[in-house]
Design a protein around this ligand. Structure first.
Ligand code: SF4
Length: 369
């Protein structure tokens, strides 16, 4: 990237900061979230991505395991949760889970991604036994399990400290944490979209505790509902600031909100390409201390996710065999993209696919057909 090729004066100043390793500020972020010069913005974001990862784009081959959809919180933003006794409410037994993981393992998955509802009757033993059984199926399976919201809830219900729960989970095979439950930290919005969920402050505290114990995690941000640019910049700032303290976030994952079956209408039924591009490029540039930026093709659609590979994204997500949560809210994408489908998206953007586990260590090479 050459700064003299950037004509927009403000973006030029932002590019100079990026070149000199100076973090951009909130005024820069507001400008980037509103600019129409998306190509110049993209060239800066792509420069950051290329400096970090060259032309590699990462992807995973994983399965989703949603252990229950029964949830005490019933957040207005959620289309997935049910009350006990509702039609379609379920809770998986450990035998069900082991069977599903065996099926997944037989087609060559690298990773199991586990999230679910907040079920008052579940104990920590259920989760530790779940992880041990998965490791018994195949000790090489990498396990990403439970959001900060789930850790907070199950620790309290089981009268354990967060540290005790993390230690038990790590001893049973936990590899990393997903970044869900962050939604948007702004209390004004959070109190409407997820009023009973832990506060943004508590979400950050749970993550800080996980980081202190050596666990790497993601951080998400849900957009396209009631948030405004001030809320977005505040969210980015709080994530960047914790990262300065702990260094424990490996990936930032913006999540496009889908509203089908929820109680909160989406800002737009479908965001425009410009909206998505601005948000991802701004995230890449603002979060200069987080190594990876992920665009989940399943939320955005494969075409938009592919375009974002030129706007700062270095990770296109995973195959997500058996995904339930975003599809409950109306995502139109298939719930399983094959490995060759993901590699094609990356290669047709002129980049090199890298199959990795959630810790970005190389997974076995090769294709699933
Ligand atoms: S978003 Fe999570 S915590 Fe809220 S109702 Fe849905 S499953 Fe429960």
């Amino acid at each position: 990237m050459r700064i003299d090729k950037i004509h927009n004066r403000t973006l030029q100043r932002i590019a100079e900061k990026v070149f000199n390793g100076i973090p951009v500020d909130s005024a820069d972020a507001h400008f980037m979230l509103a600019t129409d010069d998306i190509l110049e913005l993209g060239s800066i974001a792509h420069h950051v991505k290329t400096m970090l990862h060259g032309d590699t784009v990462f992807y995973g081959v994983n399965m989703n395991l949603n252990y229950t959809n029964i949830c005490e919180l019933r957040c207005p933003l959620c289309a997935y949760s049910k009350d006990e006794g509702d039609e379609g409410a379920f809770i998986l037994s450990l035998d069900d889970i082991e069977r599903k993981v065996r099926e997944g393992d037989s087609i060559g998955l690298d990773e199991v991604h586990i999230v679910g509802g907040l079920h008052p009757k579940l104990t920590i033993d259920y989760f530790t036994e779940m992880l041990k059984r998965i490791k018994r199926v195949n000790p090489d399976l990498f396990i990403v399990a439970l959001t900060a919201t789930e850790y907070d809830y199950y620790a309290k219900r089981n009268h354990l400290s967060l540290e005790e729960v993390f230690q038990k989970m790590m001893d049973s095979g936990l590899g990393a944490l997903p970044g869900g439950g962050a939604e948007i930290f702004s209390p004004r919005v959070r109190n409407r979209i997820a009023p009973r969920k832990i506060s943004g402050k508590q979400w950050l505290h749970v993550m800080k505790t996980a980081h202190r114990m050596g666990l790497k995690t993601n951080a998400t941000m849900l957009y396209n509902h009631l948030e405004n640019p001030v809320d977005i910049v505040d969210h980015l700032e709080q994530v960047r600031s914790l990262q300065n303290e702990t260094g424990g976030f490996k990936t930032f994952v913006p999540l496009l909100y889908h509203d089908s079956g929820t109680k909160i209408p989406a800002k737009r039924k479908s965001t425009t390409g410009y909206d998505d591009v601005r948000l991802y490029a701004t995230s890449r540039i603002y979060l200069n201390n987080i190594p990876h930026l992920k665009a989940l093709w399943m939320y955005l659609g494969d075409k938009m996710a592919q375009v974002l590979l030129r706007f700062g994204v270095d990770d296109i997500g995973a195959t997500y065999h058996n995904e339930k949560v975003v599809h409950a809210a109306g995502a139109k994408t298939p719930d399983y993209g094959s490995e060759s489908f993901l590699r094609n998206l990356i290669e047709h953007a002129g980049m090199t696919p890298g199959r990795v586990k959630a810790n970005y260590q190389a997974a076995k090479a090769g294709f699933l057909s």
